[in-house]
Design a protein. Sequence first.
Length: 454
Amino acid sequence: MFDLDKFWQFFNAEMKKSYSTVAYNAWFKNTKPISFNKKTKEMIIAVESPVAKGYWEKNLASQLIQEAYAYADMEIQPKFEVAGKEGPERLVTPKPRIKTNQEILEDRRDEFAQDLQLNSKYTFDTFVQGEGNKLAAGAALAVADNPGSFYNPLFIFGGVGLGKTHLMQAIGHQMLAEKPHAKVVYIQSETFVNDFINSIKNKTQAEFRNKYRNCDLLLVDDIQFFSKKEGIQEEFFHTFETLYNDQKQIVMTSDRLPTEIPELSERLVSRFAWGLQVEITPPDLETRIAILRKKAETDGLAIDDSTLDYIASQVDTNIRELEGALVKVQAHATIEREDINVDLAKEALADLKLVQKNRGLQISKIQEVVANYFQTSTTELKGKKRVKQIVVPRQIAMYLSRELTDSSLPKIGQEFGGKDHTTVMHACDKISRALKTDAEIKAAVYDLKAMLEH
Ligand SMILES: Nc1ncnc2c1ncn2[C@@H]1O[C@H](COP(=O)(O)OP(=O)(O)OP(=O)(O)O)[C@@H](O)[C@H]1O
C-alpha cells in the first residue's frame, strides 16, 4: 500500500539532507502533496507560488519521480498547483548541496578569487525571508541554480534599502561557490556609464566590450540610472543581446518597473520583461524582528525580544535604516555602559521619532523653508523657470517633500504647479545622486532637513 504521507515524509527528510536550509525553506517547506490517483498515477502537489511551480516542474519533478520509484517501485506523474499558504513537508534526492556562507568564503579565498566588489555578507544564508521578499528570494535561488536558463533576465525591483542588492549579490556568491572559475561581473549602473565614457575617451572600447560581453553572470544594480541616457542604453542593449544569446545570466535591480523608468528605450523595456520581474515590498513587523534577531546574533549582541520588537516597530520601511537603528542602540549602550533594554532603545532612537513626526509635515511648509533658504519665492518654486538658481532649489524641495512626507509623486507634482510625476521622480533621482558627489547640495539638504525637523 502506497502511503502518500509517509512517502512525503521520507522525501522531505532526504531533501533536508541534500539542500541547504535556505533552499529547503524556499522549495520544500511549504510544499505538500494533495492527492495520488493510483489508476492514472497522477500526484497533485501544492506549491506556494508560480515561481516555485516553475522550479518544481523544471528541476525537482524528476527527483520526485525517481524517489517514488526507489521508495515503493511506484510510477508517478507529478502535477503542480499553486495553492494558498499552508503547512510544509518533505522529500527526496541528490543534487549538489548549496554551500554555506562559510564554505563560500573559503572557496573564494582560493587562487581563482576575483576582485568582484561583492559584499561577503550578502549571501543567501544571511538573507531573512518574509512575505515581502520571498518571491524574489525564490526567483533568485532559481536563477542561482540554473543561470542563463530559468529566468533570464531576472529583474528585481522595489523601494530603497529592501534587499535588492543583497539578493543580487547572493546569486553571484553562489555561482562562484559552485564554479570558482565563473566570470561574475557586479556593477552599479553608474559604473557601466563611467566605464563606457572612459572607454571612448581612451579608445579602449574593445576592452570594455570584452569585460561586459564575456561574462557568465552580469549583475547590474540600480538600472533606473540609465534613464534618458540614449548612448548608454544603446550600448547596454548590445551587451544584453550578446549575453542573452550566449545563454549567460543577467540580473538587474531598480527602484521601479522598467515601464516606469523615464525614457528607457522600448526595446530595453520589452527585453527586461522576457524573464521575470519580481518586486520586493517592505517587510512586515515579524520579518523586521527576524532580521534584527539575525543581525544581533551575528554581531554577538545580547538583546531581548521586547527590545527587538520595539526597535522593529520604529522603522517600518527601510532595512538599511532598521540595521542603522540597531547599531545606534548598540553604540548608545556602549557609551552609557548600560545593558540593552527597551528604555535604552527609546533613548537611543529618540531622534527617529522626530523623523516620524515629520510625516505630518506639509509640502507648503517645505516650499516656504526652501524658498527662504535660497532667497527665492514659493511662486518661483512652483513655476516653470529653468534657470539653475531656481531649478536646484525646486528639485531639492521636491526631494524633501518625497523624503519627509507621505505624499505620492503625482501629489507632489500637483503641489509644484501641476507638474508631471516623472518630473518629480527625475528631481528625486538627481538630488539623491548629487548627495554623493556635490558637497554644496549635500550641505543644503542637511541644513534644510535640520530646519524642517525642528
Ligand atoms: N531580507 C533581508 N535579510 C537580511 N538582511 C537584509 C534583508 N534585506 C535587506 N537586508 C540588509 O539591508 C541592507 C540594505 O539592503 P540592500 O542594499 O540590498 O537594499 P537595496 O534594496 O539594494 O537598496 P537601494 O535601493 O538603496 O540600492 C543591507 O545591509 C542588507 O544586507
